[in-house]
Design a binder for this molecule. Sequence first.
Ligand code: SF4
Ligand code: SF4
Length: 450
Amino acid sequence: MSLPATDPCVHCGFCLPTCASYRVLATEMDSPRGRIHTLKAIAAGELELDATVASHFDSCLGCFACVSACPSGVRYDELIEATRPKLNAPELRTPAQRAFRRLLFSLLPYPQRLRALLTPLRAYAGTPLQALARRIGLTRLFGPGVEAMERLLPPLEPEAFRDDAPVLVPAEGTRRYRVGLVLGCVQRLFDPAVNSAALQVLSANGIEVVIPPAQGCCGAVTHHQGELEQTRELASDLLQCFDAVIGPGQPAGPEPLDAVLVAASGCGHTLKAYSSLLASAGSEEAAASPEAALAFAGRVADIQEFLERVGLAEAFAAALQPLRHGDGTPATAERPLQVAYHDACHMLHGQGLRNEPRQLLRRIPHLRIIEATEAGVCCGSAGIYNLVQPEEAAELGRIKAADLSGSGADLAASANIGCSLQIRRHMEEAPRPIPVLHPIQLLARSHAGG
Ligand code: SF4
Ligand code: SF4
């Protein structure tokens, strides 16, 4: 198979301590160095990509911590991205694995389908019934994949079942910028408060927000699993949604956007890759608009990245108040609110954003950021990894939750919906559970008076 170069790997092993799969499986074949060695052997015709070999690639979380750690500049991210589509060959997975993945890919990227499935579960999620079902092991009867899904299911808010955001949210005061907002298919259903907070913060910072009402998934879920055809369809649909509301005579008016923002780092990573994704050979839709894909991808920014780049509005920054501790007392210089910031892999290793979220949080008075010991190690969420590799993911989730809660922080901040769901689920079992919130929620709360 033809792949990006594996040659720069000098087998030094510096990447091994950062590798999440190596951490829990402890075998060379499940490390970046081992997988690179395997790719070389396949390319040399010494090894075949059979189901056993494929399973060692499936165990990779795609967290890219190895890319950040590698002193030789090996682009493992490109290697695994080029390998993933080959892992989807039918003979490499069991019928049950294929069926479960098909189910996930036909549900997760489609908010309306997911809503239809979740509607009857509103009477279950977050209720004593759910606690009872877990206690007596009822969910285990449906197999490890479904059990893992159920364990991640948060209480379902009424807002998750509404698409009532206006197409245009005006800026408060003088308009400084005009941006689009990608809502995220999982985020809008499982944590709608994040997008509400994003709208409050943006508007209060003099930023007008355009929200295409028919938008679906950006394609991150399928992109990270090498399902390229479906990803390109989803990406093309999203581009069309933006085109349908911006322009002369369109609901959001004719002016172009300064940026396209998203508050979920897994989505941001894929949105920034649209130009290469849609320009890839075999994508007919991309051939129709490569310039549009390039222009769109060039405008994509994580909401924290954008706010740090343009700066907070003076009035907004001046209005920020200390947040409150769990006992209701406001944070003070003597007793600051301590926040453990969790670096999502697709933010830190995938987009190279480490300082921006921390800088933004530091604007909140009397908020102190605590660095967890394992800040750069994956939490085990990794798209659908915690559903298709539930045991390894659970082990990583336990490590992450224990690390964050053991840091002594009052709460944890996570800027990716997948990580937040995974950490909250495992925080339940931590010795000192702490809440997990998106940094933009903390900023909105601080602006609203703490
Ligand atoms: S990928 Fe980089 S860090 Fe890992 S073994 Fe190869 S050269 Fe060393
Ligand atoms: S992407 Fe993450 S899990 Fe995969 S080899 Fe690199 S460090 Fe390990």
